[in-house]
Design a protein around this ligand. Structure first.
Ligand SMILES: [Zn+2]
Ligand SMILES: [Zn+2]
Length: 130
């Protein structure tokens, strides 16, 4: 049992080390042992103590480890998910300038265009022009 514990501890240190190396490209964070993942600049994320902070370059990495999106900062489920507002209209790429005007709590994410279309959304004429 003791041996198992030391393997777990070593693994945690290794993970922490990798986290430090990748610190510059980590846009998403979570609290070790917590339930939610956040945008790195979320007000809730800023309260996570540094020894518990885990960093992710892509949200899908946090999802893969079982974290759920924070309700305050509403991070996307994946880096290439499409984003729309709850009250309908157009769907966008996350980097579209129109997305900057959306209220955080109003954002909904769709994994691809087919799902967004099925939900009744139309592609944005700015970021998804063919
Ligand atoms: Zn958050
Ligand atoms: Zn757009």
């Amino acid at each position: 049992m003791k041996k198992l514990l030391s393997i777990v501890v070593a693994g945690v240190f290794l993970a922490a080390g990798l986290g430090l190396v990748r610190a510059e490209d980590s846009a998403f964070v979570a609290s070790k042992g917590g339930e939610k993942y956040h945008y790195a600049d979320c007000s809730v994320a800023k309260k996570i103590s540094t020894d518990k902070l885990v960093k992710y370059a892509k949200p899908e990495d946090a999802v893969k480890e079982g974290y759920k999106p924070c309700k305050v900062c509403n991070p996307p489920p994946s880096a290439d998910a499409l984003v729309a507002t709850q009250d309908g209209g157009k769907y966008h790429k996350q980097n579209c300038k129109m997305v900057g005007n959306m209220k955080t709590e109003n954002k909904v994410y769709y994994k691809d265009t087919a799902v967004a279309e099925k939900a009744g959304y139309k592609p944005c004429g700015v970021c998804l022009k063919k």
